[in-house]
Write a protein that binds this ligand. Sequence first.
Ligand code: GLC
Length: 406
Amino acid sequence: MIERFNDGRDWFFERRFGLFVHWGLYALPGWHEQTQWRQNVARSDYVKLAERFNPVNYDPDAWLDLVESAGMEYLCLTTKHHDGFCLWDTKCTDFNVMRSPYGKDLVGMLAAACHRRGVKLCLYYSVADWHHPNYPNEGRHHELPGPEPGDEPNWPKYIEFLKAQIRELCTNYGELGGIWWDMNVPGQVDPSISAMIRELQPNAIVNDRGFDQGDYGTPERHIPEGRAFEKRTEACQSLGVHSWGYKHDEDYFSDKFMMQSLDRILAMGGNYLLNVGPKADGTIGEQETRALRRLGEWYGKVKESFAASPAPGLTSSADVLLTQLGRNVYVHLFRDPEATGVVLTNFGALPKKAMLLNTGQELEVRLDRGARMWHQPEYLRIRGLPVNELLDEVMVVKLEFEGGPV
Ligand code: GLC
């Protein structure tokens, strides 16, 4: 069983699906959020992007409309990515949105809309910084190869800056759902930073990429082994294959792939943070918009199965994941079923009813020793799956029991 916090951070267990947003100057070239590093752009050139950053079509409510149609209940925005550009009115550096032609606090606008609409807001913050003169760029993981002219590498001073920025974020934008660290220098431990967040934002969860082990793990772009998480987990993935930030020639995962991935993580008891990279004008592209709406359509139909807890012990079948809530068991067919019937081996209880959540249709269930697997103990057969009709969705079957499933 995953341990709860037993405090305000438990929102994490109620709101399981969130939108990740990677947005910053890098949306202008539209290649990758790490353009500066991966394409060796000189800092003196990169900073010029700020002179052109003017997202006149930025409308936080339009983002939140999309959050709602996807069925998501929280959002995490990159307030400062590795390039060091800050999307809020920070007093700690001039490299921020207030100095761009746009000149408005993007974080503040989003926070106001989130609070108004009851969407939890989490803030991403990169420790690695390719702009701040005190960040010691030494060519380590996600760092510039070395200091640039004028830099004064000084870790304690950088940490002072970082803490002052986190203090701003934790003070000026109302209640936060969490702080999402990224790219700390390996081995840099400092419990005072989480302590400050706790003090200022007691309901904020803190991920495991910062200065201590944090509240939860963050597997990125993959599905960990196993059938149920033992620790608090929030997986992250992007709709785009190549980049987290806006990419003009992005390739996108299929709806089916996304449903399979989302279904697996949620059925294993994790949360899911799904990313989009808005364009430089502030809008979310057509393909991402369409995909989120489509995912939401499916998610809305099967969502009750994720309020249930992982029940990996109920069957030995490897092709399904089960979740259970009281007398109901949900069968997640995250791998395309090969046939019109599936079997749950070692599952010896007969439900009174089986329903395909996707369509509402009732399915036939029987306990059997079958002809093909005649030597097995009795197992459950679920029959009549519309495998040739319902090709574009992950199916979830609800089994309702009179007494209980075991
Ligand atoms: C990777 C990417 C980084 C992105 C992060 C999101 O670490 O390198 O750019 O922000 O994933 O999890």
